[in-house]
Write a protein that binds this ligand. Structure first.
Ligand code: ADP
Length: 348
């Protein structure tokens, strides 16, 4: 292969730039040119006024400058048009016209579906799991998860310090719409006493009972770590009650939910409970050494796979080592939730 492309798609994650840099270094090593495709699959559709806003030849020096920066230099975005077969055919024409012979796709499971479609249309792709959620079963860690986790742990420790000073409990909401891994590990890492996640049904009553028990046992500054998607696993009748009380029909913003939980717990436990929603700080940090290492090896492996004619693969970590497997098999794997750790946090 003489020319390959690279794109970042879906939600941004720390380490995306580092992965692009590793791809760029490896491509240079093999004398291949590298095209940066902008804003996920949007760039392949070439709809901007200038081609430079869609696909540009990447200059290694520029890329090395941003390798350790958070965010993604290539930008990222959803591209709903890419779900349409006729638009994908149009994208493949543009890819051929640019002389791109293979693409490294850095993103989550949605982006992997897009990569699979491109492979079927004759454009070999290799995926790198760029998402903080850690929701891909085939890999022990996704790229950005370690950084997000450390960011949450830092923030939760800070919140726990002030909770301790004032002898009052705190609720911290972290990211994770369908996957509670960030909440689970962040809770375990910081010694938080209660954790709620989307994978396990829970109720406000349970949480408040546990909080009261902790209070009676002398712990007046417990921390409750909540994954943002946990609102969906809250027992239905409580949710319904909340929606009726607030005359809400549609999806309720999770900030309201966290504040609501704090309000109810305040009433039930008769103690001040302070809510904090951590939000995007988790996605915008400089990548940890672990994520930068993973990005480096993954970017290198991705280029090597493409130049050896091996497409339709995704890269992950297994037994602490970087490896690859077919996209379709990776997407078929089912995530196993660590219920043992969950029970440990919520019972000790
Ligand atoms: P993530 O990659 O983080 O899971 P999304 O689910 O938003 O993020 O997917 C990112 C992009 O991948 C979508 O905006 C779309 O362009 C592309 N994509 C997702 N699913 C498919 C699909 N089934 N076929 C083709 N492209 C897809």
């Amino acid at each position: 292969m003489r020319r390959i492309g690279v794109l970042t798609s879906g939600g941004d994650s720390p380490g995306m730039n580092a992965a692009v840099a590793a791809v760029a270094k490896t491509a240079r090593y093999y004398g291949m040119s590298l095209i940066g495709i902008k804003r996920g699959y949007n760039g392949t559709l070439c709809r901007s006024n200038s081609i430079a806003d869609d696909m540009v030849e990447l200059d290694l020096d520029t890329i090395l400058d941003i390798a350790d920066q958070p965010g993604t230099f290539l930008r990222t975005a959803r591209c709903l048009d890419f779900l349409k077969p006729e638009m994908r055919a149009h994208a493949v024409n543009n890819i051929h016209e640019m002389g791109i012979e293979g693409i490294v796709v850095i993103g989550g499971d949605g982006s992997y579906h897009g990569a699979m479609e491109l492979c079927e249309l004759g454009v070999p792709c290799v995926g790198i799991p760029g998402t903080i959620d850690n929701d891909l079963a085939y890999t022990e860690m996704t790229l950005g998860y370690d950084t997000a986790l450390n960011s949450c742990a830092d923030d939760i420790r800070a919140i726990r310090a002030t909770s301790r000073s004032h002898d009052r409990p705190g609720i911290v909401e972290v990211m994770g719409r369908h996957c509670g891994d960030i909440a689970l590990k962040a809770a375990a890492a910081t010694g938080a006493e209660i954790c709620v996640v989307p994978e396990v049904p829970w109720s406000i009553q349970e949480v408040s009972d546990r909080l009261c028990r902790l209070y009676d046992a002398g712990n007046h500054r417990a921390t409750i770590v909540v994954a943002e998607g946990a609102w969906d696993s809250m027992q239905h009748f409580e949710w319904q009650k909340y929606l009726i009380e607030h005359n809400e029909r549609a999806h309720v913003d999770s900030t309201i939910s966290t504040n609501y939980l704090a309000k109810v717990l305040r009433l039930k436990t008769k103690t001040e409970v302070r809510p904090t929603v951590l939000g995007y700080t988790q996605r915008g940090r400089q990548p940890s050494a672990y994520d930068s290492w993973f990005a480096f090896e993954a970017g290198n492996l991705a280029v090597n796979l493409l130049r050896n004619g091996i497409g339709n693969q995704v890269i992950g970590i297994k037994d602490g080592r970087v490896y690859y497997m077919p996209i379709v098999m990776a997407l078929r794997q089912k995530r196993e939730f660590n219920l043992g750790l969950y029970n440990m946090i919520n019972s000790l």
